[in-house]
Design a protein around this ligand. Sequence first.
Ligand SMILES: [Zn+2]
Length: 551
Amino acid sequence: MASGLKRLSRFFAPLRKFKPNAETSSSELLTNYGYLRQSSSGVYNMLPLGNLVQSRIESIIRNRLDEVDCAETSLCTLASTKIWKASGRLQTGTEFFMLEDGKYLLAPTNEEEVTSMVAELSSYKQVPLRLYQISRKYRNEKRPRGGLLRGREFTMKDLYSFDETMNDAMTTYRDIQGAYNRIFEDIGIDFEVAEADSGSIGGSLSHEYHYESDAGEDLVVKCTSSSCDYTANTERAVSTAADTSVKIGLADAAVKFYALDETLPSKSEKSLTVYAAIFPAGRSINPHLLKGHSAVQGSELAEISADSVSKMSATILPLIDTRVEYELSKNREQLTTIITSLIEPDNSNHSKYSVVEAVQAPIVEVQTGETCPSCHSAPLKIVPAIEVGHTFYLGTKYSEPLNARITTQSTGKMEPLYMGCYGIGVSRLISAIAEKTRDSDGLAWPKSVTPFDAVIVANSEADALKIHQHLSTHNIRAVWDDRSTQFGVLLANARATGFPLAIIAGRSYTQTGQLEIQLRNKPAKSHPPTLVSLDDLGPTAHHMLQTYSPA
Ligand SMILES: [Zn+2]
C-alpha cells in the first residue's frame, strides 16, 4: 500500500454487464459505471468515483471564490421555520420537507439563516461580507427526474453577500460574476450566461448559467449571429416580428383581461385597473413581459374573464402587442368597440368601466426565427438547456424583515444591508458535465473533473506498479483496474468509465516492452494507440493530457 497504487476494486464500482449507446441517459451511465446509486426517487448515494468528481468540482469553485474574498462557512440544515415565516417564504413556498410539527424545515436554501446570523453586525466597517458554503439541500420535488439533474436531496454551493450600499452590492455582483465565468471556464465546457427573470427569490437583477443540452428542462433564447451575444431565458426574452412591415389587424387579434392579483378580493367594491392584452391569436402571452411593463404597477397578475370585468367598476388599459396594427387616430374607436363587445356581448350597458388610451409593447413569448432585441437584425433560436448556476441581486428583501442593519458611513443611521445570493448546482453539474461530454461509448470526463487522469490496464500487479510510478512522477493521477483479468472487459470499461487516458500493458508490452496509450476522445477503432516505452511513458502521457479535451 505504501506504493500509493490505487485499485478500482477498492472504489465500490462493481463491474456490470452493460452496453451503452448514443441514447443511454447520463444517469444510467453514472449508475452502471460506478458513480451513483439511487436510494429512493430523487435521492442518490454518491459512490467513491462520483465523490471524486464532486470534490474536483468543489475545489474549482473554492479556488475561484477565494480569489474574490469569499469565506467558506457551514450553515445548519435544520432551519427554524420562525425566520422563514418572518421573510414570508414559508407562506408562499410549497416544496419543503417539514419536521417536528412545522418547527423546522430541511433547508432548501439559506437566505433566512445567514441573514439572521449576520444581523449582529452594527457598522459599515464590518462589511463587505461574502459568505458561502457547499452543502446538501432539500426540496420536496413532486416529480424528481434526470438523476442528479433534479433531485430531492442535492449538493449546492450557495453564497450570500452583504454590502453597505447598492453601489457596493453591484460591485460585489460583478466580482462574483467574474468568478463564475472563471469557474465555468476552468471546468472547460461551453456555457451560456442568460439574462433571467428573478422569479420567486425576488430582486431585479439576475443571471442564469446554462449548458445547452437536450436533457435540459429549461429553454434559453439565443441570438444566431456570431457577433451578438444576446442570451436570455424564455421568461425574460423579448423579440420583434421577423418582418415588422407585416402586422396583424386589430380585428384578428386575441384579447385577454388581467388584473393585479392583490386587488382582486375587493373587486366588486372599488375601482380597479384591468389590463386588456391584445395580441396575435395563436401566440402565448408572456406574463413576465406584461407585468414588467411600466404601465403595470404590481407583482402578480391574474387572468380574469370578460364577464367578471362587466361586473366591475374598472378602468381598462389596453396593452397592445407590437405585432398588432394600431394607430391612435385610425384605430381608437375600433379598439373600444372590440373591448366593449367582449365585455357586453348583449350590449346591456350596465357596467361602469372606461377604456383609456392604449400602450404598445412586445408582450408575447418569443418564437424561433423572430428578430433579436439586441442587434435588431439576426433571428433568435430557442434551445433546451441545463441551468447550472444562478446569480441574484436581492437588495434589502431579506435584510429588512430579518432586521440585518448597520450604521452607514453616509447617513450615520441604521440601514438594511444590501444583499446578493449566488448558487451553483454542484451535484447537478456532475450529471450536466456527463451529459455534455458522453458519447455512444459511455462517459468521457474533461480533465478538469475526471476522478483519475489515467486508468492502467495490466494483468500483473508488478507491471501496474511500475506504470503507476512513472505516471506519478509526472503528476498524473492513475488508477489500476484490477476488477477483472479479461482484457476485453477491462478495455471496454476503461473507455466507458470516462478516464482521459488508458495505459495498456498488452501483448506488445510482453513482447517488445511497448505500452499503448489510448485517448478517450479518439475513436478506438480508427485511431491506433500511441506506443511508448516505460521510460517515455511519463512525458508522453503528460503532454497528451495537457492538450486533452473531450471530443
Ligand atoms: Zn442579436
